[in-house]
Design a protein around this ligand. Structure first.
Ligand SMILES: *Cc1c(COP(=O)(O)O)cnc(C)c1O
Length: 378
C-alpha cells in the first residue's frame, strides 16, 4: 500500500480491522467446533459493518472455505473480489436474479415450499440449502412437513446440498428458552435422520454464534458464525456465560476538523439543542450518523476518546459531523484522532458501550458502521 492510499483510508473517518484478533477468534471458535463441523462465517451486512471483502479474503487465507450472506448482491461482490469457497445466500433472491446464482456459483436458501417451486421452475440447475422452520417462524419449510422436504430433494432443477435450521432462543439459559432450543434441535435431528436414511447426501447445519458457544453438542456440518467472529457478543450481559475469550476486530476513528471556544449562552448544533453554561471548547468531528454513529448518542448520551480522555457529545449528531466537548482536554487541534470504538491511552469505548447508550445490540451498531467508512487492515 503506498502512502497516498494510506492517507485516503485514514482521511476523514475510518474502520481499523485487527487481523491478529480475527485470527485469534477464528482459532478460538474452531477449538469449540464439534467433530466434523467447519466454520461458515456469516458475513452479511458487509460482515456486520467490518467490510465483507477484506474480511472474507483474510478468512480465505485462514482456510475458511464457506460463507453465508443475506443477498445475491453481497455474494456477487465477494466473487468479483476473488473470494473462493461456498457462498450461501440466507435471504430472498428475486426470480429475475436466478441466473446470477448459477453465473457466480452461489447456493440459495430455500425459504419455503412455494419458493422451492419458483427455483425449480428456472431453466438451469440451482444449488440450494433447504431452510427448515423449527419454531422461529421466519423462513423455512415447517419441520413437520417432511413430505415437502422430500419433494424438494427430488426436484429436477434443484441441486440440494444442505438442510439447516436457525435457533432463536439459544442466547439464554432461562428454562423456557432451553426447552425451546432442545425442541428445535430434536426437530432438525429427526429430519436429518430421515433424510440421511433415505440416502440423500446433504450437509446439515444448526449452530450460529450462540449455538456454538452454548450448545456445541448439537453438532452439524457447518457453524454459521457471525457476531462472535467479530470478537463481541450481542450484549455485555452475555459475556458472563461466554466460555472463551474473544477479541474485538473493529475500531472506529474520526478526525477532529475544527476546535472553537464558545461563551455562556451560546448554542451548538441543530435545534440549538445544547446551550453552554460556561465557556466551553468544542471540537467538530468528521463522522456522523450516515457513517453509523447512532443519532441516539446526541446531547451527552455518547462520548468519544481524544488523547486518552473522554469527550461527551454536545448537541445533536449530524449526518456527517458530530460536536464534542473538549474543554478539559489539552491541545486538541485539527487532524487529531477521536476514537469512537476502541482504545485511547488507558481508556476504551466498546461496541457494548455504544449499544447500551443507544438502547440496542452490538449487531445493529456494528452492521450500520459498514457503508461509508474506509476499512484499514492493521
Ligand atoms: C445472521 C445469521 C447467522 C449468524 O448469527 P450470529 O448470531 O451473528 O452468529 C446464522 N444463521 C442465520 C440463518 C442468520 O440469519
Amino acid at each position: 500500500m503506498n502512502n497516498m492510499e494510506k492517507t485516503y483510508e485514514q482521511g476523514r473517518a475510518w474502520i481499523e480491522l485487527n487481523i491478529n484478533n480475527l485470527k485469534h477468534n477464528v482459532d478460538t471458535l474452531r477449538s469449540l467446533l464439534p467433530a466434523g463441523c467447519v466454520l461458515m462465517p456469516a458475513i452479511k451486512a458487509n460482515a456486520y459493518g467490518h467490510g465483507a471483502v477484506p474480511l472474507a479474503k483474510e478468512l480465505n487465507k485462514m482456510g475458511v472455505q464457506a460463507f453465508c450472506v443475506a443477498s445475491v448482491t453481497e455474494a456477487m461482490q465477494l466473487r468479483e473480489n476473488g473470494v473462493v469457497g461456498e457462498i450461501l445466500i440466507l435471504g430472498y433472491t428475486h426470480p429475475s436474479d436466478f441466473p446470477l446464482l448459477i453465473r457466480y456459483n452461489l447456493t440459495q436458501a430455500i425459504l419455503d415450499f412455494e419458493y422451492a417451486k419458483q427455483l425449480d421452475a428456472f431453466d438451469g440447475e440451482i444449488k440450494a440449502h433447504i431452510a427448515v422452520d423449527t419454531g422461529m417462524h421466519r423462513v423455512g419449510v415447517p419441520a413437520e412437513n417432511l413430505d415437502e422436504i422430500f419433494a424438494i430433494l427430488n426436484m429436477k432443477h434443484l441441486w440440494v446440498t444442505g438442510i439447516y435450521t436457525h435457533l432463536c432462543a439459544d442466547d439464554s439459559f432461562a428454562e423456557k428458552d432451553v426447552a425451546f432450543t432442545k425442541k428445535q434441535a430434536a426437530s432438525i435431528s429427526h429430519i436429518r435422520e430421515q433424510v440421511l436414511a433415505a440416502g440423500y447426501a446433504v450437509k446439515v447445519h444448526i449452530l450460529g454464534s450462540y449455538g456454538l458457544l452454548n450448545y456445541p453438542e448439537l453438532g452439524g456440518d457447518y457453524a454459521r458464525i457471525g457476531i462472535a467472529l467479530n470478537g463481541v457478543l450481542s450484549n455485555r450481559g452475555h459475556l458472563a456465560f461466554c466460555p472463551v475469550e474473544l477479541r474485538p476486530v473493529l475500531s472506529v476513528k474520526a478526525r477532529v476538523m475544527t476546535v472553537r471556544t464558545i461563551q455562556p449562552g451560546d448554542h451548538v448544533g441543530y435545534a440549538l439543542a445544547y446551550t453552554a453554561e460556561s465557556e466551553r471548547k468544542i471540537a467538530a468531528l468528521s463522522i456522523g450518523f450516515a457513517d453509523g454513529l447512532p443519532r441516539a448518542l446526541s446531547c451527552g448520551r455518547g462520548k468519544v476518546l481524544i488523547h486518552g480522555q473522554e469527550a461527551p457529545v454536545v448537541g445533536r449528531v449530524c449526518m456527517d459531523q458530530t460536536m464534542v466537548d473538549v474543554t478539559d482536554i489539552e491541545n486538541v487541534k485539527c487532524g487529531d484522532v477521536a476514537v469512537v470504538i476502541g482504545k485511547s491511552g488507558s481508556l476504551e469505548i466498546t461496541a457494548y458501550d455504544l449499544a447500551e447508550w443507544s438502547n440496542t445490540i452490538t449487531n445493529e451498531i456494528l452492521s450500520r458502521m459498514g457503508s461509508r467508512l474506509n476499512k484499514l487492515l492493521i
